[in-house]
Design a protein around this ligand. Structure first.
Ligand code: NDP
Length: 330
């Protein structure tokens, strides 16, 4: 079986030589383990951070060792009663064709209920992140004007739609291409959307939200955050989800220059991590699962075929080639 290892740590944008495809002999299962044939792999922005040798909320990948990440696959061998051959599971040992997984770290999902890839996207970690950020962190309520950056991606596309369904009066999204802007407005029902590459973000946001914004779901940081702060109404809330504009940076980026306005507008700024909010999982499953089934939450995915193309899919995602969740199909 094959796995993909971190060959070297990138400086700036990751390159193909930072990854290495290796052939391995699968070990015998120990008791408590299952063998999973991976069918879909997730590539995520946070993985870029784990390629650096820095202390963070998840340990860095080790050079010469397989990378990991979320995956969906089929159980092909089991030593435990809870999992049988043929079960479909989500687990954390992606970037490999076959994974030896501790059964306690696997979660069964129903392959008939939704496409396998959706368990890595709208019904998985990114969808849950969107739900937490909108519902618990930004506390979006009726009549809020909500701005979402990175809006055509996995998290952002769900966040904007959840905001609307939770009563927001207006949802505005930013993304990096005209086609993504069209997708947001015409297919996902965003009220306004703009291409952040078309001109100053603050000006584009001011035009889209002439009465100001009440909540901001930040996937991007940097200029986007500064623009959002400039356009806030009093007592607004910022859910700090990520700052992808700096993940490849080799120098710390300049901070927003207008942080003083957080005082003036009495804003509440809160960072959050998806894995601290497991208690919301039942609500997420019921509410967002229901909206996906009813078609009120739409989603798209960018699917790349072929295990060996996982590094390229990851690099392309960081560069914005995806609309919706980027997934690798084995
Ligand atoms: P996406 O599906 O949104 O893919 C990444 C997107 O980022 C690209 O498609 C690209 O879209 C955009 N992008 C890349 N570079 C820049 C840039 N310099 N400026 C603006 N946009 C850029 O990824 P996810 O939905 O998986 O993740 C979105 C964010 O959520 C990330 O910041 C991630 O770290 C964060 N996150 C946080 C979690 C948490 O627990 N806090 C959990 C999961 C994700 P475009 O074409 O629009 O530029």
């Amino acid at each position: 079986a094959r796995e993909i290892r971190l060959a070297s740590r990138p400086v700036g944008e990751p390159r193909p030589e930072n990854f290495e495809l290796a052939e391995i002999q699968l070990p015998e299962l120990e008791s408590g383990q299952i063998l999973v044939r991976n069918q879909r792999l997730s590539v995520d922005p946070y993985m870029r951070g784990r390629m650096n040798d820095v202390k963070s909320y998840v340990p860095p990948y080790q050079v010469g060792k397989a990378m990991d990440g979320d995956a969906v696959g089929e159980v092909v061998q089991s030593t435990v009663a809870d999992f049988a051959e043929g079960d479909t599971v989500v687990h954390g040992l992606g970037w490999r064709e076959y994974a030896v997984v501790d059964a306690k770290d696997a979660r069964k999902v129903d392959p008939a209920a939704a496409p396998l890839s959706s368990y890595l996207g709208v019904l998985g970690m990114p969808g849950m992140t969107a739900y937490i950020g909108i519902v618990r962190i930004a506390e979006v309520k009726a009549d809020d004007v909500v701005f979402v950056s990175g809006a055509a991606g996995a998290v952002g596309s769900a966040a904007g739609q959840i905001a609307r369904l939770r009563g927001a009066s207006k949802v505005i999204g930013s993304a990096g291409s005209a086609e993504k802007v069209r997708y947001l407005k015409e297919e996902l029902g965003f009220d306004e959307a703009f291409n952040y590459k078309d001109g100053p973000i603050g000006e584009q946001l001011a035009k889209a939200a002439p009465d100001g914004i009440d909540a901001y779901f930040d996937n991007v940081g940097g200029d986007h955050l500064e623009a959002a702060i400039d356009n806030f109404n009093n007592y607004g809330r910022i859910a700090m989800c990520g700052s992808i504009s700096r993940y490849n940076a080799t120098e710390p980026p300049p901070g927003p220059r207008n942080l003083g306005k957080i005082v003036g507008w009495r804003l509440r700024v809160q960072g959050f991590l998806v894995f601290d909010h497991d208690d919301l999982m039942p609500d997420f499953t019921r509410e967002v699962g229901g909206w996906v089934r009813s078609g009120e939450v739409k989603y798209t995915e960018t699917i790349v075929e072929g295990f060996e193309n996982t590094p390229q899919a990851f690099m392309d995602m960081l560069a914005g080639a995806n609309t919706g969740k980027m997934v690798v199909k084995l």
